[in-house]
Design a protein around this ligand. Structure first.
Ligand SMILES: Nc1ncnc2c1ncn2[C@@H]1O[C@H](COP(=O)(O)OP(=O)(O)OP(=O)(O)O)[C@@H](O)[C@H]1O
Ligand SMILES: [Mg+2]
Length: 316
């Protein structure tokens, strides 16, 4: 059974002043599951709904339509006491997850304290010391404050704090994006190693397709709030089926054939058709008439009219 599963999940926000409220569909009809121990990479351009999705999976937001299930039960119905310590998040800027007034030891132990399982001060130091070792920092860093650490070290501390309760699911939302490239590689390596030993499931959100390929075994691609492709990493890179996925790879330098380039179209000028129609190099008549549904062909799901005809894919 899946650890977490979004079933036809949608998220609608209302924005703007009271006299001109408008609905923002951050996510629409998302069907996506995460198996125990699985790492899913979530990619898509800014505003495509990645963070909103991550927040649904850790229970920070509830879907406004559809459901998010935890081991087969809607997450909202799982008592807080049963969820406590099982979900964690590492965000882009450690300053959002680390309190500048707290020493490293206090920040890292806090999630266990909340569970009432921290024990004596001596125990806390031991637990934090072991965790710091796992994230590649010396034990005496416990006494430091966040401003006494480099960006990479701070992110290691955020990861230690996230993993201290031994969570079942971890959201990494642009967790390495703010780091310079060499530090990024070290932290990615560490995340991969820790995931292997601890066995948690994760959603790894990133703009960086190469980083995503390194840590994730499956890639889910979002475009304006819709899941447009979900495929094992080996099926995704190079040969991915959705023109948008290939466009992303072209933009990241992973594909060099200009035939994959997306144009800068106006979003939403085509309310009935495929939301990519204005930008897609392969657009044809059907794309302006109806929005393609996510279709399955083996391990791959794609929402594109061309995929339906080319693969004879079935619904879901
Ligand atoms: N609390 C909110 N209230 C209103 N609109 C929101 C809220 N959170 C997100 N949105 C809107 O929902 C859409 C998706 O936002 P989201 O933050 O999930 O995108 P993202 O893919 O994470 O983008 P980025 O790559 O820039 O982080 C955007 O249009 C955003 O403006
Ligand atoms: Mg985001």
């Amino acid at each position: 059974m899946a650890l977490l599963e979004a079933k036809d999940a949608g998220m609608e926000f209302s924005a703007g002043p009271a006299w001109a409220r408008r609905a923002i569909h951050a996510l629409r009809n998302v069907d996506l599951s995460v198996e125990p121990g699985e790492v899913i990479g979530v990619v898509g351009e800014s505003g495509s709904g990645k963070t909103t999705l991550g927040n649904l999976f850790i229970g920070r937001n509830r879907p406004t339509s559809g459901t998010l299930e935890y081991r087969g039960t809607p997450l909202a119905q799982v008592p807080r006491s049963e969820r406590a310590g099982k979900f964690a998040a590492v965000l882009q800027h450690p300053k959002w997850s680390l309190n500048p007034m707290l020493k490293v030891v206090e920040s890292v132990i806090e999630p266990i304290k909340i569970l009432g399982k921290a024990g004596t001060k001596e125990n806390q130091r031991k637990t934090v010391g072991k965790m710091l070792e796992q994230v590649g920092l010396p034990g005496n860093y416990q006494e430091r404050y966040p401003h006494e650490l480099s960006g990479g070290q701070r992110q290691r501390i955020s990861i230690a704090r996230a993993l201290i309760t031994n969570p079942e699911f971890v959201l990494f939302d642009e967790a390495v994006s703010a780091l310079d490239v060499s530090v990024q590689a070290q932290v990615l390596n560490m995340i991969k190693k820790l995931q292997k030993t601890a066995g948690f499931s994760a959603i790894f959100i990133s703009h960086d397709l190469a980083a995503t390929r390194y840590v994730a075994s499956r890639i889910s691609v979002f475009y304006v709030g819709r899941l447009v492709e979900d495929a094992p990493a080996e099926n995704f890179y190079g040969t991915s089926s959705h023109p948008y996925s290939r466009g992303l790879q072209f933009a990241s330098g992973l594909l060099d054939d200009e035939a994959h380039e997306l144009s800068l179209g106006m979003l939403g000028s085509n309310p009935n058709g495929c939301s990519l129609a204005e930008r897609c190099p392969l657009v044809h008549e059907e794309c302006n008439k109806s929005c393609p549904k996510l279709r399955r062909n083996g391990q791959v799901r794609v929402a594109c009219h061309l995929f339906e005809t080319a693969s004879g894919a079935g619904s879901q």
